[in-house]
Design a protein around this ligand. Structure first.
Ligand code: NAI
Length: 257
């Protein structure tokens, strides 16, 4: 398989190797599937290998190639080992998608040290660790695509209850811009995608009344789908996006327009 589509969008990533963190469900699963259907070999990363089996099976069923890699993105040793294993197995790493992320929402007076640290460690440190590890093989090949999944919370606006989360995502965008400048000469692009409200288990936990209120503030009058985020990632991963770096694409149905 060399080509496939996400929402009708076709990209050829055959011969390339991709790594997606948080690939067991939600947005990460859709991204892994889109990259796999486009011909890339996909390393699917999450903490629980069993939970990754379904994503790997879906890519394989679509005629693609994928393997599960168990890893907590906050662990430096574990991240280094995963990248080494991927390169050992497939000889290269072309596309890195830092998608793993968590929320621990509460208003600032009640936010605990643990809630702050957990979110910053997963969303920001995890992306730093994978970016650092992936630049080795990318610099060697003088080619790469790094795509960081940020959020409108942090990128475009604040969001009450999310001081930790929006700090992590704003930090991720700062890191995106700086690493983009560091690696541009080596044909490695570094970009972010900032989703608005997307239908996943993360937003499902918010409850119907909050989601109804949110929908009324979105010009498109609906939540986005994980596939619509995957479409933006697929574009940034493609050769067509070779001159775009240090940018952040917002995917929010016009919410922050
Ligand atoms: P989700 O909760 O459905 O999935 C998160 C994934 O990250 C899971 O596979 C989980 O196992 C993995 N993960 C979490 N901590 C990890 C760790 N320490 N090590 C390895 N894997 C870990 O979340 P969803 O909704 O799919 O979000 C994906 C990304 O998109 C996150 O970075 C999130 O912040 C971002 N995002 C989501 C939005 C939404 O509306 N769902 C909106 C804006 C951004």
């Amino acid at each position: 398989m060399s080509q496939a589509t996400t929402s009708g969008f076709t990209v050829d990533l055959s011969g390339q190797v991709a790594l997606v963190t948080g690939a067991s469900r939600g947005i990460g699963r859709s991204i892994a599937l889109a990259l796999g259907q486009s011909g890339a070999k996909v390393a699917c990363v999450a903490r629980n290998r069993d939970k990754l089996a379904e994503t790997v099976a879906a890519i394989t069923a679509a005629g693609g190639t994928a393997e599960a890699f168990e890893c907590d993105v906050t662990s430096s040793d574990s991240v280094t080992k995963v990248v080494e294993s991927v390169v050992e197995k497939w000889g290269q790493l072309d596309i890195l998608v830092n998608n793993a992320g968590i929320t621990r929402d509460t208003l600032i007076p009640r936010m605990t040290d643990e809630q702050w640290d957990e979110v910053l460690n997963t969303n920001l440190r995890g992306s730093f660790l994978f970016t650092r590890a992936a630049t080795g093989p990318m610099l060697q090949k003088r080619y790469g695509r790094i795509i960081n999944i940020a959020s409108v919370s942090g990128a475009n606006m604040g969001n009450p209850g999310q001081a930790n989360y929006s700090a992590s995502k704003a930090g991720l965008i700062g890191m995106t811009r700086t690493v983009a400048r560091e690696l541009a000469k080596r044909k490695i692009t570094v970009n972010a995608v900032a989703p608005g409200f997307i239908e996943t288990e993360m937003t499902g936990a918010m409850g119907d009344s909050i989601l109804g209120e949110i929908k009324s503030k979105i010009p498109a009058n609906r939540l986005g789908t994980a596939d619509e985020v995957a479409g933006a990632v697929l574009f940034l991963a493609s050769k067509a996006a070779g001159y775009i770096t240090g940018d952040c694409i917002t995917v929010d149905g016009g919410m922050t327009a």
